[in-house]
Design a protein around this ligand. Structure first.
Ligand SMILES: Cc1cc2nc3c(=O)[nH]c(=O)nc-3n(C[C@H](O)[C@H](O)[C@H](O)COP(=O)(O)OP(=O)(O)OC[C@H]3O[C@@H](n4cnc5c(N)ncnc54)[C@H](O)[C@@H]3O)c2cc1C
Length: 274
């Protein structure tokens, strides 16, 4: 299988991780079972004991209009999608310009901002085992039950790219730190905010090594330069422990921790049965 050497300290948005060989998924679908699929690692904390990794090859970096649908390859970066929609005057993808990631990761995470979610205009996905309609996928807040690599997704085409929305989304992001992070560290529990809970247990601005629960936005775990996996995990566990003790709420990670110690006993690491 073809591989690519990636330095995750440069590649991941957290700027954490070593140099690893990553296998490339093209049409070698029978070989994928023991790998964990990554996109552009904007939501991922790469550990010191990571599973074997795989990513979609460049062959899945495309956008086309076909059968009156917008068909986007799983390896297409969000910025490219936003530019395409702007150029072709297509609505509903304005938020994408402020959501870092590739299409596969965006769909798998059902990424979004406030009331906007990538699933809103999704029609179907193409995975290594065929086409799946939106109705056959269970999805919710930063969650889907997709178990196979997403090779392509089709979206309805609605005319009218709204530049006003781009400005609005940019404004919505203004309270977020620009220091390297992986976006929100925890999902918001129903009816509450992870950031509020982290602050309430005294962890806003708490720093261990170069990792910190940002003093600008407590739910952003940020890396001031030489932050490492162990310090990140220490802070994550500390927040979970303290919030549970104080509020009886278990903070669920939104970020994906790519380390064998935290991936449980999944043998097939591409989201097989839990
Ligand atoms: C500064 C910053 C701000 C952010 N703000 C937001 C926000 O407002 N809202 C939001 O929702 N997210 C936000 N994020 C998180 C991130 O943008 C999204 O989670 C995005 O979907 C990650 O895409 P990725 O390609 O980097 O996925 P990765 O981090 O590489 O992977 C994430 C998960 O997706 C799975 N995956 C990746 N590709 C595929 C595929 N082809 N098929 C199946 N599964 C796949 C992986 O296995 C993994 O479980 C932010 C991140 C940063 C750094």
């Amino acid at each position: 299988m073809k591989t690519k050497r990636i330095n995750f300290k440069n590649y991941s948005s957290f700027k954490i991780g070593g140099e690893l060989e990553v296998s490339l998924l093209e049409d070698n679908f029978s070989e994928i079972d023991d790998y964990y699929l990554i996109g552009s690692c904007n939501n991922t904390l790469v550990g010191t004991n990571p599973p074997p990794l795989m990513m979609l090859s460049k062959a899945y970096d495309y956008i086309k209009i076909e059968d009156n649908l917008l068909k986007i390859g799983g390896a297409t970066p969000s910025g490219k999608i936003a530019s395409f929609c702007k150029k072709h005057d297509i609505a509903n993808f304005e938020l994408i310009s402020h959501l870092p990631g590739k299409l596969g990761g965006l769909v798998y995470m059902n990424a979004g901002l406030k009331e906007f979610e990538i699933f809103q205009h999704l029609v179907s996905i193409k995975t290594t085992s065929g086409i799946k309609a939106k109705n056959d996928i269970i999805f919710g807040y930063r969650f889907t039950d997709i178990k196979e690599p997403i090779l392509e997704a089709s979206f309805e085409i609605v005319p009218g790219f709204d530049t006003g929305k781009v400005v609005l989304f940019k404004k919505m992001r203004e309270n977020q730190p620009s220091t390297p992070s992986a976006g929100s560290c925890f999902k918001n529990p129903i009816g509450d905010y992870a950031g509020r809970l982290i602050e309430a247990v005294g962890l806003k601005g708490e720093r261990v090594g170069d990792m910190e629960f940002s003093s600008e936005h407590a739910n952003f775990l940020v890396n001031y330069g030489d932050g490492n996996f162990d310090d990140a995990i220490f802070l994550i566990k500390e927040a979970q422990k303290r919030v549970y003790a104080a509020f009886d709420i278990w903070l669920e990670c939104e970020i994906v921790v790519l380390d064998m110690r935290y991936l449980g006993n999944k043998s097939s690491l591409i989201k097989s049965e839990d």
